[in-house]
Design a protein around this ligand. Structure first.
Ligand SMILES: [Zn+2]
Length: 166
C-alpha cells in the first residue's frame, strides 16, 4: 500500500472506532457552532436543494408521532391564547376589517371573490403579530389573508406598507 492509501485506510479505522466517533462528533458540533458552519448551513437552507430537504423534513416531522403531538399542543395553545385575550371578534368586526382591506388578502391582494371562485376559499383572519409572539386577538392585530398567505411562516409584508415588517 502506498502512503496515501495507508493513511486513508488508517483514517477509516480511526473514524469507525469509538474514540474516533467521539472526536468526530465533537468536531462536527464545533463546526456547526462556528461562524463558518452557520454560514454554510444558511447557504444550504437558501439553496433549492436545502428548501426541498427542509420541506421533506417538515413533512416527515409532521407525520411523526412527536410532530403530531407538538402540532396538537401548538393548536391548543393557540385556542387558549385566543380565549385568554377575552375578546371575541364578531362577524361585524370581521366584516369591517375586510372592508378596510377592500375584501382582499393583505399580503398578495387576491380578492375574496377570486379566491372563492378559484379555490372555494374565503379570506381568513391572520394575526399580524402572531399570538405565539404575544400578539393579541384584537381588531388592530387582525388582517384578512388568503389561506396560502396565512399558512406562510416567517416574515410577511403587508401590501402597500413596504416598511412594515411583521
Ligand atoms: Zn394571499
Amino acid at each position: 500500500m502506498r502512503d496515501k492509501e495507508l493513511k486513508k485506510y488508517a483514517a477509516g479505522i480511526y473514524n469507525q472506532s469509538e474514540k474516533g466517533k467521539v472526536v468526530r462528533r465533537r468536531a462536527v458540533k464545533k463546526y456547526h457552532l462556528s461562524e463558518k458552519g452557520k454560514a454554510a448551513r444558511k447557504r444550504y437552507r437558501q439553496s433549492e436543494k436545502g428548501k426541498i430537504h427542509k420541506k421533506e423534513q417538515d413533512k416527515r416531522y409532521g407525520q411523526s408521532e412527536k410532530g403530531k403531538i407538538i402540532h396538537q399542543m401548538i393548536n391548543k395553545n393557540h385556542q387558549h391564547l385566543k380565549r385568554a385575550s377575552g375578546i371575541r371578534i364578531t362577524v361585524e368586526m370581521w366584516r369591517d376589517i375586510c372592508e378596510r382591506f377592500g375584501w382582499r388578502c393583505a399580503y398578495c391582494g387576491i380578492h375574496e371573490e377570486v379566491l372563492y371562485t378559484l379555490y372555494g376559499q374565503r379570506l381568513t383572519m391572520d394575526h399580524v403579530i402572531p399570538l405565539s409572539k404575544g400578539g393579541q386577538h384584537i381588531v388592530e392585530n387582525i388582517v384578512p389573508a388568503c389561506g396560502s398567505c396565512n399558512s406562510k411562516k416567517g416574515t410577511k409584508m403587508i401590501k402597500g406598507e413596504k416598511n412594515r415588517r411583521i
